[in-house]
Design a protein around this ligand. Structure first.
Ligand code: FE2
Length: 447
């Protein structure tokens, strides 16, 4: 009896020690829906030999998946660790699939994965997220209660410098804890913001490229090429090695979810979307997506917004005519720490200056759209959803409409909040909710 108890205790302790970061789901390099879907499952463990395996429950019982692979990250201050990846395959679209992870033979983790839905679905979106604040935690709980099928973070994934150590402190413990088991159940997608890029002082900065697994179908930039995240040799070598093929290509990509095409752009200052290579990719991506019911562009830096903070970060505005040409419905951004919604807009740039200076142009505003009785938009609605955790900007602007640009229709800067998108082929409902689940704004778009 005593031996059995000790054995069980040993197994329990082994299970507790197995993970540095428990398993979390990623879309992986699977941009387009398929008859049989896949998802990447990742987790972090110590840098020691161990036999890991993953099983998915099918109609005839548990099915062993291909042996997990790993990349090693040895960038201080964290101890060298392994970033494991297993691809869950042969998944039925829209299904909730049980999976489990074994460590040296013993099952140490079990959960269920929400597979990409082929039609109607709920996507939750927020940005400027893992700051370690109480508000970040409260919002994560509200996101869990909203039951998303997937989550998209519009950049500034992790504060303050996108470091591996910061992911360990206040990203995974919030979005993938036993109390808020989001990432183990639904895939998180995201785009790097200005806080997620390689900072010279930190060898573990830019952990995005090593810790996330997203489509690699972007412009195909090579390390050191114009438009790619610039790294410092001798500082970021370990991070680049751990990222493998994801660096620097994973910064921009596209994917489809349900009937929605998402074009995800790295809007950081080093990426000039007016340059021929990036512009050609953007055009080709949107052109190929004309069969989608909806087109969404997601990026960190907004094109149009009303906050006084970051008011001159307008360098993404020149892409507006391309987005209009190819029928983009919605642009989702972060960077500015509040919620904002514009009227449907068209914009012709007339004066493009250096980065950080205003981009002037002519606006055409759809004044008729109200999202309730008039739901067909003539132009693009620009959303800022950067109230995901970091400190809010200028809360007073919420109640002072005279401080808003004339085309801003909603601005909430005194509450943290997130966006819920309920989308099918004909309707797109957008709601902005606070940590208590209260609705701060709501519109409907129809086709
Ligand atoms: Fe930002």
């Amino acid at each position: 009896m005593r031996t059995l108890v000790l054995l069980l205790l040993a197994l329990f302790l082994q299970a507790q020690d197995a993970f540095l970061v428990k398993p979390y789901l990623q879309l992986g390099d699977a941009p387009r829906p398929a008859a049989l879907e896949r998802l990447d499952l990742m987790w972090h463990a110590t840098d020691a030999e161990a036999a890991w395996s993953v099983e998915v429950r099918g109609s005839k019982g548990w099915v062993a998946q291909a042996i997990p692979t790993y990349r090693r990250l040895d960038a201080p201050p964290l101890a060298a660790h392994r970033i494991y990846r297993a691809t869950l395959k042969q998944l039925s679209p829209g299904a909730v699939v049980p999976y489990r992870v074994r460590f040296n033979g013993a099952v140490v983790f079990e959960s269920e994965a929400q597979v990409r839905r082929p039609g109607a679905h709920r996507m939750v979106v927020f940005g400027d997220a893992a700051s370690g604040s109480h508000e970040q935690i409260a919002l994560a709980k509200a996101v869990l209660a909203a039951k998303p099928d997937a989550v998209f973070i519009t950049g500034d994934l992790v504060y303050g410098r996108g470091r591996a150590a910061e992911y360990r402190d206040h990203f995974f413990p919030v979005y993938n804890s036993d109390e808020t088991p989001l990432m183990r159940h639904v895939p998180f997608l995201g785009v790097p913001g200005n806080h997620d890029v390689p900072f010279k002082a930190w060898p573990d900065a830019s952990a995005y490229f090593a810790y996330w697994s997203q489509p690699l179908n972007g412009p195909g930039l090579r390390p050191g090429e114009a438009g790619a995240a610039p790294v410092s040799a001798g500082v970021h070598d370990a991070m680049v090695a751990a990222a493998g093929p994801a660096f620097p290509r994973m910064a921009s990509f596209s994917f489809d979810y349900g009937k929605v095409h998402w074009t995800v752009l790295d809007s950081n200052v080093y990426a000039d979307w007016e340059s021929p290579k990036l512009k050609a990719w953007l055009e080709a991506d949107l052109k190929a997506a004309q069969g989608a019911a909806w087109r969404i562009v997601a990026l960190h830096h907004p094109l149009f917004q009303s906050a006084l903070s970051h008011s001159e970060d307008q360098w993404m505005r020149p892409i507006s005519p391309i987005l209009e040409k190819y029928g983009v419905d919605l642009v989702l951004a972060g960077h500015v720490h509040n919620y904002q919604r514009t009227a449907p807009l068209r914009f012709k740039p007339t004066q493009v200056g250096p980065r950080g200076r205003p981009v002037k142009g002519d606006f055409t505003v759809d004044e008729a759209f109200d999202g309730r009785t008039v739901t067909r938009a003539k132009g693009i609605i620009h959303i800022v959803t950067g109230a995901g955790g970091a400190e809010l900007y200028d809360p007073w602007q919420t109640d002072v409409k005279t401080s808003w640009q004339p085309w801003t229709r909603a601005l909430v800067s005194d509450k943290h909040s997130f966006t819920v998108l309920d989308v099918d082929a004909k309707t797109l409902k957008l709601r902005q909710l606070d940590a208590e689940g209260r609705e701060l704004d709501a519109i409907m778009l129809t086709k």
